[in-house]
Write a new protein. Sequence first.
Length: 250
Amino acid sequence: MTTTLAITGKGGSGKTTITKAFLNIFKEYFPDKSILLFDNDLTGELGHSFGKDIRNTIYGIRSGKHEYKTGIPDGMSKSEYIEWALEDIVVKLDDNVDIIVSWLVASKDCRCPITKQISDSVAKFIKQYDIAIFDCEFDLKYLNQLVDVDIDTALIVTNPDEASIHLAKRIDEYSAKYAAGGQLGIVLNKVENNEMNFIFDMLKKYELEVLGVIPVDNELFTHTIDKNSKLVQDAIKQFYFRLNLPQKRV
């Protein structure tokens, strides 16, 4: 069974940095597990952080606006074609890690058969992996418009100011029904020590559950592209045990 982790939040909150930190933790804790990075963010920043300019996307399969690495086999049904195309566009990062990019997502209100066929094929594709990490556009609704997948843990990344926390409350409300049965909570990012009392007053006001706190990492200003941060990674390890994710055996 695939373990699923969704990272949500507004742009600039640090989602990509946190996604990469979780990837590194999973690789450390479970070196034999296969991992899928699923870039559901319209910026495509996750791929860029690995030095990849990924142009072939799930949207491209729907629209037919990209070239495949190989010729399209003859005689396939539409569902078989979509499954073949997903395998063609996935990008390998290392032996156990792949990345795929969704880009634009059609509304589920669309009654065309291709919408359901893509959703079913993407769900089947995800199940090939031991772990799937979703870097989401804003909340879980945008991901759900593309694919129905159970989310074990959904983290709302928010910065330590009232406007961001207010927005996190909205994301929490929008995402709750799509995280039904799973874990949904807040991760405070870029936190200074002197802000903690104010922050927790705000969180109490908005009745939000905090799953973890990550301090500000000033060194990220020199890692603006690759988004790698050992400080963020170490901070996540401090609250990882609280998450509905596989736990490292001692």
